[in-house]
Design a protein around this ligand. Structure first.
Ligand SMILES: [Zn+2]
Length: 528
């Protein structure tokens, strides 16, 4: 067992970020990526608070997770309510997650003003709620909200709160900097004193896992977490890319990299640490947030060498320009991308997709150049494996298309009743035969999808099994100097697997068409 456990709350705290809307499918895909990365606990959501999280836990029960344990989040019973009668606790007891993280108040001011109850009643609520869930067969983590403020206001009450949780059966107590205002020296001192007090109390308290959960309001969430670990905390909580409400949460990937590469802790191991950058980018794309190029470890510029340093000098002495080797976290430095890392990465990706790339170095280099050229135009293959697979197949001479577009036309009409409808007409060639079809939809993409299905449906009846499950649009303004381009990403399923495709154009409808054609073509090629 690793000595420090990684606890991810991207799907709950991270999803609190303003403007973010995750579907159940999004959450399931992120959970799988976190599991592949080697995260130990994945907090999936708050089953009592919203129906989408309940559905997530129903479906997540069928995920075959290799390293991670699913955790459900909830609150202590409402005052004057028996735990067995509390709907929130009932939902937690019934949910598929084996672990529950239960949040409770540790700060007197909150007990009085928010819960409107007495300190003694709060301790009883914590004890009874945890005992109820333990009796229901759950493993329990207790989140002590506002712990650092609470400890500074009244350390003996803050400790009593932890003790109530431990006495009721919690196997971990998590010190939460809920307001995110603490500074590293405060977190270090309070965490150390807390650990000492628990060790001195009894054997259950001495053995309890102490976790740390920081928000970034003072800009110190990662530093605070590392300080807590340095004095003995053994569970670190955070979110991918630090997503979260207000200024965000502690960035779990930065914490992971620092613990593995700087502090000699093994949490996921060297091999899986290389998934750090792809995981950061995948989650960014799924959140529909542009990855920050200047983000530590995972940013595309995190290891970019400043102009002026001669490339060969930088290559000769890479270590002196880089705090860690970018390959360790799955990133690369700009100077080597075109010669070394890019080719290796592409070959690895092609192997993963089951595509044999040309052997001749010249052909391979051309293919790499094509991929890079497309990436510079705005194509992002992080969540669009299917588009990359089609591109690699086409460039390697394998079949990569099912029909040829002659033309399409899309009309949008606002009607008297206020409805806006789109109509698309497309002309395609299938096996040399020309087909024309018209489709309607509530938007241009819907209408194009409907028309395309009609046009090719006679040749490819299996197109009826393909369903578009998600459609995301982002305007890329980072193209620098040129007109803004639009990137669309479409997610498609055939009921058993799903795949992502990408389209890029200055015109949103053309970008959507690109992604749509890849989505349908990939699905059809899978079955033929
Ligand atoms: Zn939080």
């Amino acid at each position: 067992m690793p000595s420090i456990a990684l606890y991810d709350t991207t799907l709950r705290d991270g999803a609190q970020r303003e403007g973010v809307h995750l579907t159940v499918e999004d959450k399931l895909r992120i959970a799988l990526r976190l599991d592949t990365l080697g995260v130990h606990y994945i907090e999936g959501g708050f089953p009592a608070s919203n129906p989408r999280d309940s559905v997530f836990f129903e479906q997540a029960a069928r995920l075959e997770l290799k390293s991670a344990t699913l955790v459900a989040f909830g609150m202590t019973a409402r005052k004057q309510t028996l735990p067995s009668k509390d709907v929130g606790l009932q939902a937690l007891a019934a949910c598929s997650a084996p672990v529950v993280s239960l949040a409770g108040k540790a700060w007197g001011i909150q007990v009085e003003r928010v819960l409107e109850t007495t300190p003694a009643e709060n301790l009883r609520m914590i004890f009874d709620s945890i005992a109820f869930l333990c009796a229901a067969g759950k493993r329990l983590f207790f989140d002590a909200e506002h712990y650092f403020d609470a400890y500074q206001a009244d350390s003996s009450y803050a400790l009593k709160v932890l003790e109530a949780a431990i006495d009721a059966g919690a196997e971990a107590v998590v010190l939460c900097d809920t307001n995110g205002g603490a500074l590293p020296h405060q977190v270090a001192a309070i965490t150390r004193e807390t650990l000492e007090a628990l060790k001195a109390r009894n054997s259950a308290s001495a053995q309890v896992t102490v976790g740390i959960h920081c928000h970034n309001d003072s800009g110190c969430a990662v530093a605070n977490t590392l300080e807590a670990v340095r004095v003995g905390a053994t569970q670190v909580q955070g979110t991918i890319n630090g997503y979260g409400e207000r200024a965000g949460n502690a960035d779990l990937l930065i914490i992971l990299a620092n613990l593995e590469l700087k502090l000699g802790q093994e949490l996921v191991g060297a091999e899986r640490l290389r998934l750090l950058t792809p995981t950061a980018n995948f989650v960014a794309e799924t959140f529909t947030i542009a990855p920050d190029p200047y983000h530590p470890y995972s940013g595309s510029n995190a290891f970019a060498h400043k102009g002026g340093i001669h490339v060969s000098a930088a290559l000769r002495s890479k270590g002196s320009y880089e705090h860690v080797s970018p390959e360790q976290v799955g990133n690369f430095s700009h100077i080597v991308v075109s010669e070394l890392a890019g080719k290796a990465a592409l070959e690895a990706k092609a192997r993963e997709l089951g595509i044999a790339l040309p052997k001749e170095p010249k052909k391979l280099q051309e293919l790499l150049d094509t991929v890079k050229e497309r990436e510079s135009q705005g194509y992002s293959y992080e969540v669009a494996d299917a588009s990359l697979a089609l591109l690699l197949k086409a460039e390697s001479g394998e079949p990569a298309s099912c029909f040829k577009l002659e033309s399409f036309r899309v009309l949008a009409e606002k009607r008297e009743d206020g409805r806006v409808m789109s109509e698309a007409t497309i002309k395609v060639l299938v096996d040399g035969e020309r087909h024309v079809a018209t489709g309607e939809g509530n938007g241009p993409v819907n209408a194009l999808d409907a028309a395309l299905r009609l046009a090719i449906g006679r040749f490819y009846p299996q197109v009826a099994n393909l369903e578009l499950t998600d459609y995301k649009v982002r305007v890329l303004d980072e193209s620098g100097g040129t007109d803004a381009v639009t990137r669309t990403v479409i997610e498609t399923t055939d009921g058993t697997t799903s795949w992502g495709t990408v389209g890029v154009s200055e015109n949103i409808i053309e970008a959507s068409w690109d992604a749509l054609v890849d989505s349908i073509t990939y699905g059809l090629l899978k079955t033929t």
